[in-house]
Structure formats: structure tokens, C-alpha cells
Write a protein that binds this ligand. Sequence first.
Ligand code: XMP
Length: 304
Amino acid sequence: MVKVDRFINESIEKIREGVRGRTIIALSGGVDSSVCAVLAYRAIGDLLTPIYIDTGLMRKGETERIKKVFSDMNLCVIDAKKSFLGALRGLTDPEEKRMAVGEAFIRVFEEEARKIGARYLIQGTIYPDRIESEGGIKSHHNVGGLPSVIDFEGIVEPLADLYKDEVREVARVVGLPGEISERMPFPGPGLSIRIIGEVTEEKLDVVRVANAIVEEELVERFNPWQTFAALLEKGTGVKGDIRVHGWIIAVRAVESRDGMTAEAMELPWEVLRKIESRITGEIPNVSRVLYDLTPKPPATIEFE
Ligand code: XMP
């Protein structure tokens, strides 16, 4: 605890030293950005404007949830669904998709920052984000994905040396609700990297509902490190005596310490069957559900 307390105090100092005047923070509602928002609020109070961007790539019900949880902060909610979908149009390469989302994020923030006269940005980048990006494994939207011209005087990343479990510890100590401190990680590029190939509104609608079903069935009962649905390609199936060409959904549930390595969870067959029957039953254009057994390495946790 002493170590955590010291970290909190030092971060608050670092934020105070690193920013001058009106500052914005990219609040996604995940544990990283939520902790950052609390630290930044303690450091600079009302000089902080937390901004939540509704990218259209978020999970079901997310925007309403964030509004509720952060209702007492001066939260600014931006509907940027069209910009993000436009930026992703025609892109099929995972890294290009990450870059496009990262760029759209920064552009929207720059625009908002300009409107409210903020010159500083606080980000929730954590240690694994940095080393994976530097090692060339992938460009996290909040590191390698930044466009080369950034219209901020300074960016402060208070969690840059922490692992995920350390961030959760800080979250508990600063008094964030368990709903946030224990929350599964969710990637910055959101559902866009849980869709193989081009992102479309139809695919987003399908993967969002499938993901909600997977979370409902697995999160509370099995407490996985991370679990979600991904949308692959189309495959043939039969629904009500008619052959259909429907989407294939992959279900992922993993155990991990920090996301660097992971093991697929050994789930009871009846649970997997229930997930399959709910997804194919509740989403008309899904014809097939798969469970991913692959550890990391050789697979990554996300599909892209
Ligand atoms: P992978 O798929 O690389 O994921 O095994 C490891 C952890 O990182 C998350 N992840 C991302 N987070 N931007 C993020 O902010 C990204 O581009 C990104 N890609 C993966 C993933 O959800 C997992 O927790």
C-alpha cells in the first residue's frame, strides 16, 4: 500500500508539473483511463475536461454506462461514429486499421481541445502497450498510432511504467468502483480489431450483440482475464430449412497475468453450447460459432 500511495502522490505531482492550464483526458471507461482521470482530477481539479468519444466501435450499452459512472465529473461526450467508420472504410490490414482509429481519435481530440482551449493531453498508456509497440509487435493506438503532427504542447502518461494488475491496485486505492477496477481490458481500437477485414456497420452490429452474449455468459461466472466475440468471414449454414451464407463468430476466453502471454480457458461444454445457441438463435445472420483454443503465443489475444 505504501508503494501504491507513493505512486499516487508522485503521479499527481508529475501531472501538475507536466501540464499548464486546461487539459483533456481521453476517457474510455476502461481501468487505465479511469485511473488517469481520477489522478488528473486530484492534480488539477476543474482544469481537467474528460472527453469520451463514442467511436461506434464500443461495446453494447457503453456510452450510457460511462455517462452514469462519471456523472459528477465535467464529462464531455462526443458522437464521432461517422468519422471513425469513414476513416476505416476500405481498410483490411490490422495495422492500417489501428493507425486509422488512432488518427481519428487524435483529430477529434484536437478539435475538442481547440474548442475548449486545452493545450495538454493526459493518456492512460501502460507499460505493455509501450514495449509491444517499441518491439514492433503492433502499434497500439495510443503509441505508434499517433499521427506525426500532434497539436498539443504536452502529453502526460502517468501509468507508462505500470502493468495491468498494478493499475487495478491503484484503481482500488483511489476508490474507483469494482465495476471499473476489475474490468477486463478492452482495446483502444475497440470492435474494429475484432472484425477480420473491412469494418462495416452490419459487422459491428453483429459482433456487438455476440460480444454482449459472451460477456453475459462468462464474465461473472468464470472471471476470465479477457473474453469476447470476434467476427470472421461468412460460412454456409441452414436456418429454418434454408441454406444461408451467415457470419462466423469466434469466441475467445483467456487467462493471463498481463496480456503478454495467455491460455485459452477450459470451459464446460454445456456453457459453450449455450453461447452457441444464444448467438445463432438471437442473431439472424450468424450461421456458425467457434471456440478459440489457441494460447498466446503463437496466437495473440485479439484476432487482428
Ligand atoms: P494481443 O492481441 O496483442 O493483446 O495479444 C494483448 C492485450 O492488448 C490489447 N490490445 C490492444 N489495446 N490497442 C489497445 O489499447 C490495441 O491496438 C490493442 N491490441 C490489443 C488486447 O485486448 C489484450 O488485452
